[in-house]
Design a protein around this ligand. Structure first.
Ligand code: ARG
Length: 586
């Protein structure tokens, strides 16, 4: 039972007793903390339906809940708002329940089967900052969904079935025509090719530029892609090797970000579904032929601009990004039984997802009961205001980015004289954790749809709204608890708060369930980031005022330690939900 739910139940009862709808009893955190901690505004809509003056209704409600020893303040304001403050003893009792709950007061939701599609790197292409944002945001959403109790899967959805594969096949054939992959009559074992990830990544920009310039090459690549998709064995064997090399590298990259997927599927995973899917949709009259291509009409009556038909297969029979995405919806619904599909992908792909989702509805691939959602995000920009690039203008390799943030963190640690006394290896590990914390928090503290400036100096600072500040706060709280333990002190039952900073911290910690619920509802981890920062600042205010080790009343001292411990648990959880590690010590 969360605090707000508890209050809402009490006010709901009161509305019901006066013959009104109990939903009017909704209690929210107050916009005017000077007047009360919470408020209930149900009297205003009640006045509209009953014709009674709103203040009279509000007074009636106040009279009914008045005797309850939970409330210290119940006052009317304006046209009929009810301001509410809790008694110290009720607050302590409510928060004791939170302390005793392993889930720190967060109820488990009615579970749904969720899939988060995020990351989405492409085989043989470098991971660019768009994939980085998708990874950071998607991973946080997955963690939050899972913590709330949803049955959640994360899928990397590799781009591994497009024209770049055909281009690479053509290029390798140019360089090594003698390899058996290109001989259609070959029936033996295929050799392991001698190619590194660097070779592969260097090859892609060359071949894609060449295909732009040279229509003959472009046609070769198109045909190779088609034949690969159709199952030409040498191409499939070569593809498998390219795929595996790239996959291994992406796995390493994700691991260094602390990101683990449940499914490492890709566009190619659904290949076998495509033929039967198109056939079925054709029979149903959903897919029709248009100038040799296969399309689905997806226009809707309310469309303001013309919606072109969705292309399922090109006139040469080749499949596209759209095709694999449609078949992937089918796999996720039919095979994985998912009820909520969240696609964490760059906002610039809005049109694509609009099309895929419409086609999925038209084709009955995703019934209305399945939620399909594009979780859009903006760009991470460099100082020039354009999507972040290296100084040379290329895409930044994730590995290099991580080295960069680790170095920045290391420098900040030394400037702030933090963790300097530890052995080199430990310090480097701390710098790595802090660097990633800076990077992730720098991203997640912005609303996902806004573009933001990658400002490493600011992100890596130990002051302000940053990952390192929160990590340092958590580590400091750990050491407070350690010191107390060494002094023979341990947490005890909460006693009613004596000062405002203590009370505010308690009230703040009580908001966790609502914050998490809202964050997931809005698919916006920035609310968790914001809240974590508030928890840390409220804690610091409390800690400045309440000198725990010097406190003379043992009951109050033990209660404070319990509050410190609860703060640490919440902060740890919040950072974990953002994908940020807390160093053991600093
Ligand atoms: N590979 C794609 C890209 O680099 C992103 C994939 C996103 N997921 C999806 N189901 N389309 O743009």
């Amino acid at each position: 039972m969360t605090l707000l739910n508890d209050l809402t139940r009490i006010f709901g009862d009161a509305f019901e007793q006066t013959g009104l709808d109990r939903a009017l009893g909704t209690v929210v955190v107050s916009q005017r903390p000077d007047l009360g901690e919470f408020q209930c505004n149900g009297a205003l809509p009640a006045a509209k339906t009953t014709g009674r003056p709103p203040r009279e209704i509000a007074q009636d409600i106040v009279d009914r809940v008045q005797g309850d020893d939970r409330f210290a303040v119940l006052s009317l304001a304006g046209p009929g708002f009810i301001n509410i403050s809790l008694t110290d003893s009720f607050l302590a009792k409510a928060m004791q329940l939170v302390i005793d709950d392993p889930r720190v007061g967060v109820p488990e939701v009615r579970p749904r089967k969720v899939l988060v599609d995020y990351g989405g790197p492409n085989v043989a292409k470098e991971m660019h900052v768009g994939h980085l944002r998708a990874t950071i945001i998607g991973d946080s959403l997955k963690r939050i969904a899972r913590f709330l109790g949803h049955d959640t899967l994360g899928d990397a959805h590799f781009g591994d079935w497009g024209t770049q594969m055909g281009m690479l096949i053509v290029e390798i054939a140019h360089r090594n025509p003698e390899l058996p992959f290109f001989d259609p009559a070959y029936t033996g074992q295929y050799p392991a090719i001698d190619i590194t990830l660097d070779d592969l990544e260097a090859m892609y920009p060359l071949v894609s530029a060449r295909c732009v310039e040279d229509p003959v090459e472009a046609d070769r690549a198109r045909i190779a892609t088609f034949e690969l998709q159709q199952g030409r064995s040498g191409y499939r064997a070569l593809w498998q090797q390219l795929h595996d090399i790239s996959m291994a590298a992406h796995r390493r990259d994700f691991a260094s970000l602390g990101v683990e997927f449940d499914l490492w599927h890709g566009e190619s995973t659904v290949h076998e579904r495509i033929g039967p899917m198109i056939e079925r949709l054709r029979e149903a009259g959903v897919v029709t032929e248009s100038e040799g291509a296969m399309v689905i009409a997806i226009d809707e009556p309310g469309d303001k601009t013309e919606m072109p038909p969705f292309l399922v297969a090109k006139s040469d029979g080749g499949f596209l990004y759209s095709t694999t995405d449609l078949a992937t919806v089918e796999a996720r619904v039919d095979e994985l039984k998912r009820e909520v599909l969240l696609y964490v992908v760059d906002a610039r792909q809005s049109f694509h997802f609009d099309q895929v989702f419409r086609a999925a509805r038209r084709g009955g691939i995703a019934p209305e009961s399945v939620e399909l959602e594009h979780i859009k995000f903006g760009t991470m920009n460099g100082p020039d205001g354009r999507p972040f690039q290296t100084r040379k203008g290329g895409v930044l390799k994730l590995h290099d980015l991580i080295s960069m943030v680790t170095e920045a963190a290391d420098q900040r640690l030394s400037e702030a004289d933090i963790a300097q006394e530890y052995p080199e290896t430990e310090r480097i590990e701390i710098a790595r954790q802090v660097g990633l914390g800076a990077l992730k928090f720098g991203d997640l503290s912005n609303h996902r749809t806004s573009n933001y400036l990658f400002d490493l100096d600011r992100f890596a600072s130990f002051e302000g709204k940053t990952g390192p500040y929160l990590q340092y706060s958590a580590v400091r709280i750990k050491s407070i608890l350690r010191n107390a333990e060494e002094a023979g002190l341990s947490p005890g039952p909460l006693v009613p708060p004596g000062v405002d900073t203590e009370r505010n911290l308690l009230l703040h910690l009580a908001r966790l369930p609502e914050v998490l619920e809202r964050t997931f509802e809005l698919r916006a981890p920035n609310h968790v980031a914001e809240y974590a920062y508030d928890v840390a600042t409220q804690f610091n205010r409390f800690y400045e005022e309440c000198h725990i080790l010097r406190e003379e009343d043992p009951a109050r001292q033990a209660s404070w330690l319990a509050l410190v411990d609860l703060t640490l648990r919440e902060l740890h959880l919040l950072l974990d939900l953002l994908g940020i590690e807390v160093p053991e010590k600093m």
